[in-house]
Design a protein around this ligand. Structure first.
Ligand code: NAP
Length: 340
């Protein structure tokens, strides 16, 4: 049995990891912790876990969180994970960080986009970007996983096959993404109160969202060329799910069937990516509360633009599900264990 410790268990992604691990045949939870003053049963915190996980969650202390664990999930806000990851690594634990702290390879990028100096530069290069569809071999050997962001997961999976093919006519991409409210975490701010969100859709951080450099970095790594992304996220009045619409120049005379075939071949061995046939497009409903990424296509011959629609559940394939998929690879389980 792989023994798992979850730090940040009272948050949305922490709760999802608890749910997945309670049905995992090869893992058991040995520690739940969070920034709380008093211990609490996790099923009192999340009543949907009644009869599923009656486990105590304790105020976070790193020694206790590490004690019995083989793997530590850090479901923590960015800037907090990097304070504790080095300790767990020194203790010989595998670490899967759901925050952004180890995703950007250049410390200067981190400082620019996350507003503070990186506190653990030494481990940045050791961290493996945890996107199983692209880096399974590296994940298998990793001690530290930088679990990808939710928007980047949808966008990178949506573009990787195109970048690896000879169809892409440009390295400039426009990406519009829609997200549900849970993407902002469990502690509500004014913008995410029900009356503020109900019946309203809005764009935010146009070209300035902190996930932009992660997309640019990872897309350039795939193509081997400099890449530009104009990224506009939108909030929609829904709890969960991300739908990214990606515009790519492919020129005239492309057949959609050719695109579908390229993507189908690319993801042939990836259990969590579902490539849609021509004329069928993905919806967030179909990836809600599961670990799939669904991808479909449209093509406009006049503009020579391929439109790729990629959907993920922000909390699962965009966070906790992908984190457990990474754990499965690191510890030699079937990727699907606990997830399907
Ligand atoms: N939500 C998403 O869709 C999503 C998707 C992809 C990635 N992520 C990333 O995953 C991470 C967690 O996100 P989330 O949505 O689960 O956030 P969340 O709901 O706000 O939960 C954060 C958790 O971290 C705990 N925490 C905060 N500061 C702490 C500290 N100093 N020591 C110990 N525990 C601390 C909180 O405890 P208390 O509740 O007791 O304060 C809570 O359990 C973030 O980095 C986020 O960017 C989230």
């Amino acid at each position: 049995m792989v023994k798992a410790s979850i730090v940040g268990a009272t948050g949305y992604t922490g709760e999802e990891i608890v749910k997945i691990l309670t049905r995992h045949k090869g893992a058991k939870i040995v520690s739940l912790t969070a920034k709380i003053e008093q211990e609490v049963f996790i099923d009192d915190e999340f009543p949907e876990l009644k009869h599923v996980a009656h486990i105590k969650c304790y105020p976070f202390e790193k020694e206790a969180a590490a004690a019995d664990a083989d793997v530590v999930f850090l479901a923590l806000p960015h800037t907090i994970s990097m304070k504790f990851a080095p300790f767990f690594l020194e203790q010989g634990k595998k670490v899967i960080d759901l925050s952004a702290d180890y995703r950007l390879k250049k410390p200067g990028d981190y400082e620019k986009w996350y507003g503070c100096k990186h506190a653990d530069e030494g481990n940045i290069q050791k961290a493996v970007y945890g996107l199983p569809e692209l880096y399974e071999k590296e994940i298998k050997a990793a001690a530290l996983i930088a679990n990808p962001g939710c928007y980047p997961t949808s966008v990178i999976l949506g573009l990787a096959p195109l970048l690896k093919s000879n169809l892409s006519g440009s390295d400039n991409f426009i990406v519009d993404s829609k997200t549900g409210i849970m993407g902002a975490g469990r502690k509500a701010t004014l913008s995410f109160h029900f009356p503020e969100c109900d019946g309203s859709v809005w764009a935010y951080k146009i070209g300035q969202h902190q996930h932009t450099p992660e997309m640019v970095q990872e897309l350039a790594r795939i193509s081997g060329r400099k890449t530009n992304v104009l990224f506009t996220p939108h909030v929609v009045p829904s709890s969960r799910g991300i739908l990214s619409t990606i515009y790519a120049d492919v020129g005239k005379g492309i057949k959609l069937k050719e695109v579908v075939d390229i993507y189908t071949d690319f993801y042939e061995k990836s259990p969590f990516v579902r490539v849609y046939p021509e004329k069928k497009l993905p919806r967030t409903k179909d990836i809600s509360a599961n670990n799939f990424c669904d991808i479909g296509f449209g093509y406009n011959a006049e503009s020579g633009k391929l439109v790729i629609v990629s959907t993920v559940d922000n909390l699962l394939k965009g966070a906790a599900g992908q984190a457990v998929q990474n754990m499965n690879i690191m510890f030699g389980f079937d990727q699907k264990e606990g997830l399907i």
